[in-house]
Design a protein around this ligand. Structure first.
Ligand code: MLT
Length: 404
């Protein structure tokens, strides 16, 4: 008789964004005349930029021609894309990252969920609280998190680092010693970030205690301030303690196309064992490479035209962020984030819980956001709005919220 992976049974409820989607479709079914504006999940709305679409068309044509047809992609990524990434995302910023330290994938979500596989089950993970749920859930599935306490909504073996308005959303070094530290900067969900010198302190700390930092930089393109690092490898010593995960979803609108990459420096070792070699082994066994057409699209993001068009799109979303931020502040709400990230984090009004405010906003303004408590216990009393909507809807959503 087969047995299941019992760890899955420990997962509470369904994935946050599935729960929200279900609630919204139930509401919409009961109220078909209401026009609901969705500022919940961080999914992009603007079409993929022309330079990227052109590159995809060319790649599609190549696939229809016997001379240029491609079968399986190299499982670590095509050289043309790995070179474009190394040149533009790293060398141009003075970071030492070579092509063979870059692993192209189908996105940052899968990489951030899968990367834990190369670490021992006994490793203790530390996460910011609130946190992108994938980091914790993937470790639950792997049996690394201990028991769930429904009352505190915490796992016994997870080290939580609260990031709230009280500590200006800057995590403190935990009292217990972690083996793996997840950092997402600029942060999802709070929309805040650390300065480069604050990040350097985390790199120094990780090197000191022998921990690895899993650094999710999916929102890097939204950084607007000078003293914020675009890559953890801008910090001295990061090559011996950090893995960086990047996405094409948020900067170039690839949420439905799927492309990302992970950097595992060759200097990152556990004794004599290279984590770069381990991840290459894992990739080779479990992944057959991102599609050629999609990797050509990714390459086009780094062309002059691609860069300019993508920059315009980021500016479009950041205009939404400013609209949300000032709109909420004018309406008397306490707001955070939205300067270096496409997320606005607000305190719920009048002591409402996050889910109470979710229902209130859905029913009275027909606007969907994300309840802060869905990201962890310290998210209770907060609420997230995304800047990834279209501008007209964003303006209308804010008018509706202001009119409440
Ligand atoms: C979010 O809304 O937090 C993001 O869409 C999550 C993701 O990118 O998977």
């Amino acid at each position: 008789m087969f047995k299941i992976n019992e760890n899955y049974q420990k997962l509470p409820g369904s994935y946050l964004f599935s729960t929200i989607a279900k609630k919204v479709s139930e509401y919409q079914e009961k109220n078909p005349d209401r026009r609901v504006i969705r500022l919940g999940i961080g999914d992009v709305t603007q079409p993929i930029a022309p330079a990227i679409i052109d590159a995809m068309h060319r790649a599609v044509d190549e696939m229809g021609n016997a001379e240029t047809f491609r079968g399986y992609a190299p499982d670590l990524g095509y050289d043309f894309l790995r070179k474009a990434i190394a040149d533009n995302d790293y060398r141009a910023r003075g970071c030492e990252v070579s092509e063979d330290e870059i692993f192209v994938s189908d996105g940052a979500k899968s990489d951030s969920a899968n990367i834990q596989e190369i670490f021992a089950e006994s490793c203790r993970i530390a996460v910011c609280d609130p946190v992108y749920p994938v980091y914790v859930d993937s470790n639950v599935m792997a049996g690394r998190t201990g028991d769930y306490d429904a009352k505190t909504e915490t796992w016994s073996r997870v080290i939580y680092m609260p990031t709230t308005a009280e500590n200006h959303f800057v995590p403190e070094f935990p009292r217990e010693t972690p083996d793996i530290i997840y950092l997402c900067l600029p942060n999802n969900p709070t929309g805040t970030t650390l300065t480069k010198s604050q990040l350097q302190e985390w790199v120094d700390y990780a090197n000191r205690i022998g921990a690895v930092i899993l650094y999710d930089a999916a929102y890097e393109a939204y950084i607007s301030e000078d003293d914020v690092a675009h890559s953890i490898y801008e910090c001295e010593g990061a090559r011996t303690c950090a893995i960086e995960i990047r996405s094409f979803s948020k900067n170039a609108g690839f949420t439905g196309v799927r492309l990302g990459f992970t950097v595992v420096p060759k200097d990152l070792k556990c004794g004599d064992v290279s984590l770069n070699a381990m991840w290459a082994r894992r990739h080779g066994t479990k992944f057959n490479g991102a599609p050629y057409i999609v990797q050509r699209a990714g390459e086009a993001v780094y062309t002059d035209a691609g860069k300019a068009q993508v920059k315009e799109q980021v500016a479009y979303y950041m205009k939404n962020a400013a609209t949300i931020k000032t709109g909420l502040a004018d309406a008397g709400y306490e707001v955070f984030g939205g300067v270096n990230a496409p997320y606005i984090w607000m305190r719920t009004p009048q002591g409402m819980t996050s889910w109470e405010f979710f229902d209130y906003l859905l029913e009275n303004a027909n606007v969907v956001g994300t309840p802060g408590s869905g990201f962890g216990p310290s998210g209770e009393g907060y609420f997230r709005l995304t800047a990834f909507g279209n501008y007209e809807n964003t303006v209308e959503a804010l008018e509706r919220i202001k009119a409440l």
